[in-house]
Write a protein that binds this ligand. Structure first.
Ligand SMILES: [Zn+2]
Length: 391
């Protein structure tokens, strides 16, 4: 039994938008055909016709599902360092509450048309939900340790957590330039030979990170004092954090640079010239929540490197919804074509995660999930547009 599903437009992503196109699904939700003419539908079959635009299921490339219990708990627009302090200072929550909020957030992402998530973990709390979730998860076991002497232990801890997530897809990943020592990066390079190793690092989420690397000044000095850490070993690098850290990352790994809120034209040029497999991940709503600022989207649009989207966690976002990230981008950069933002939200993320044989575009042989974007005007969204999951 086939389903014939149509809308005002389809955005297949790998090909041009199709007006009144019809997707043919088999009973396992696999796309078996895409028709451009209703006359090709067999007479004894009916077409489910919707108002709006059908796009593939969304890929959320940056999330911390384990922080879902911090929804609404952290003040907005205080800057990154105050944000991290507030997360660190927060009260203790019970495991029951943490688990409940993880389940709710997973369900909400599913209902918001998200089919795959690249998720950061510092604990094992999300494993059980991920095992039964309808969403595909890749888990990044995150490593911290800015003091060189703790590198070995920090790495071991990260590898152990990564193994605990088995059989779920997972990989070890460094947290951020300001929280991982050169020694610890050296350990991470050992993983270079592994098959399709994915690596995701928070990048230039605050201008203080650049100041700290360039001149060893700024709020990060107070931050390390707050943590009671002696950072005498660290020397000013006379260049932005990204240019200091990228050479420490392995050549064969697929590197996701997340946030990039204070990434400059020069930084982007540097990354393009450097032999690394880099994807830019933008999390606009989290950037507005924490720093009240967005990355220079135009610079990234002219980069030859792919762009993907992420929600970050409920500690820094009102909801885990990729459509909402797209709407924020379109509200601030009205010259960004919807089709481009949909490509960032779907196919590019699926390619990064290595799951594009199944997800990311409306193509025969794939089961990408179908999202209907409602209240559209032609090939544009409106402020009232919402996402309805069609399968
Ligand atoms: Zn994050």
């Amino acid at each position: 039994m086939f389903r014939y599903i149509s809308a005002d437009y389809l955005i297949p992503v790998n090909s041009a938008p199709l007006k009144n196109g019809i997707i043919v699904l088999d009973n396992k939700d696999e796309i078996v055909n895409i028709l451009s003419d209703e006359h090709d539908v067999p007479e004894d079959s009916s077409v489910e016709k919707y108002e709006g635009i059908i796009v593939p299921g969304f890929i959320n490339c940056h999330c911390h599902l384990e922080l879902s219990h911090l929804h609404g708990k952290i003040a907005k627009k205080t800057g990154l360092i105050e944000f991290i302090k507030a997360v660190a200072r927060g009260p203790k929550y019970t495991l029951d509450l943490i688990t409940d909020e993880i389940e709710k957030a997973d369900e909400a992402m599913y209902n918001a048309g998200i089919v795959a998530v690249a998720d950061i973990a510092n604990t094992i709390h999300t494993r059980e939900r991920k095992l039964s979730s309808k969403i595909y998860y890749h888990t990044f076991s995150e490593i911290f340790g800015f003091e060189p002497e703790i590198a070995k232990d920090a790495f071991k801890k990260g590898v152990e957590l990564c193994e605990e997530f088995s059989p779920l897809p997972s990989s070890v990943t460094p947290h951020a330039p300001y929280s991982v020592s050169k020694e610890l990066f050296r350990y991470i390079r050992v993983l270079e030979d592994k098959d399709r190793h994915l690596l995701s690092i928070h990048n230039q989420e605050s201008e203080e990170e650049n100041k700290f690397f360039r001149y060893k000044t700024g709020d990060f000095l107070d931050f390390y004092a707050f943590l009671n850490k002696n950072i005498d070993f660290f020397k000013a690098q006379a260049r932005n954090s990204l240019r200091s850290v990228l050479p420490l990352l392995p050549q064969s790994q697929h590197i996701l640079l997340v946030h990039n809120t204070y990434t400059t034209f020069k930084d982007i040029n540097f990354v393009e010239r450097y032999k690394r497999d880099v994807t830019w991940c933008l999390c606009p709503n989290a950037n507005l929540y924490i720093e009240d600022r967005l990355p220079k989207i135009d610079l990234f649009m002219s980069s030859r490197l792919p762009i993907v989207l992420g929600t970050d966690s409920l500690a820094s976002n009102d909801k885990l919804c990729i459509l909402s990230e797209i709407q924020t981008l379109l509200a601030h950069f009205s010259h960004l074509p919807l089709e481009k933002s949909i490509e960032w939200a779907t196919l590019n993320g699926a390619k990064y995660l290595g799951i594009d044989a199944m997800y990311g575009s409306l193509e025969v042989g794939k089961k990408p999930g179908l999202n209907l974007l409602t209240k559209t005007e032609g090939l544009n969204l409106t402020e009232e547009s919402a996402v309805v999951k069609l399968n």
